[in-house]
Design a protein around this ligand. Structure first.
Ligand code: ZN
Length: 256
């Protein structure tokens, strides 16, 4: 059967094997982690739909945000699924070789180490939505003030060697912006400057000039700025940017 529906573009973050444990448990509880076998099953289904619909090879994008090393579980998987094309969206710091945790991930890791549920963090005087609106550095400094350890290197984030191996296997590398926060309210001039830098760096890195908006959030104004910065494709999340109809914007769905 030929489906007239546009193919869904999955957005993936963490991937666990079996029951989620440790940090994966928190990620899973907020819909940011999926079980590896279930994921493979859904990806094969997506690939089969592509075969039935006669789409070009590597034309169905499967996207991964935030540079989690969990994706290594799929490093050879896409050799069997010719219609699918994996895309890895990395932050500016990640393509510069910094494999420490992003601020919110750092907070979740700390919560896990103390068996604290995410709904308890408001007692610390912080909230996830408030943190998302601040620059990465400000988010980190708030966590510093709370005495939450800043891990400089995390085995949970891809190293540049691992990124190079995935690239070698045909994965596309693209940009997750110059700073991982909700960029919708940033000053236009600063945003253009930051995104232009991110765009140039990802191309120098050997990636595509494509942008995944941090937190999946954007507006018509920010999409125009990203276009002016030289990005040729932009990606949002359907739950976060449902009403933005910019022609360069591609909506994705979080799989968990
Ligand atoms: Zn992200």
């Amino acid at each position: 059967m030929i489906s007239s529906r546009r193919t869904e573009i999955p957005c993936l973050h963490r991937i666990h094997d079996g029951d989620p444990t440790g940090y994966h448990r928190i990620s899973h509880s907020i819909g940011m982690s999926i079980e590896i076998n279930e994921l493979k099953c859904r990806l094969r289904e997506l690939n089969n739909n592509g075969i039935e619909n006669g789409v070009d090879d590597h034309s169905i994008l499967v996207t991964f945000d935030d540079g989690w090393s969990d994706v290594l579980q799929l490093s050879d998987f896409f050799e069997e699924t010719e219609k699918l094309q994996p895309v890895l969206f990395l932050t500016r710091e990640q393509i510069l070789g910094n494999s420490s945790l992003l601020p919110l991930s750092r907070l979740y890791a700390w919560c896990d180490s103390w068996s604290i549920n995410l709904d308890e963090i408001q007692h610390l005087g912080i909230s996830r939505p408030a943190l998302k609106s601040l620059s990465q550095e400000l988010q980190h400094s708030i966590l510093d003030d709370l005495g939450i350890p800043r891990s400089m290197v995390s085995g949970q984030v891809l190293t540049l060697v691992e990124v190079a191996e995935l690239k070698q296997k045909g994965w596309i590398i693209a940009s997750h912006a110059h700073d991982h926060h909700d960029l919708r309210f940033d000053d236009s001039e600063e945003l253009l400057e930051g995104l232009s830098k991110a765009r140039n760096e990802i191309v120098e890195f050997g990636g595509e000039p494509w942008l995944a908006w941090p937190e999946g959030r954007c507006t018509m104004r920010t999409c125009e700025i990203a276009k002016n910065a030289g990005f040729t494709k932009q990606f949002s999340l359907d739950v976060e940017a449902g009403h933005v109809n910019h022609p360069d914007l591609i909506s994705r769905k979080i799989w968990s």
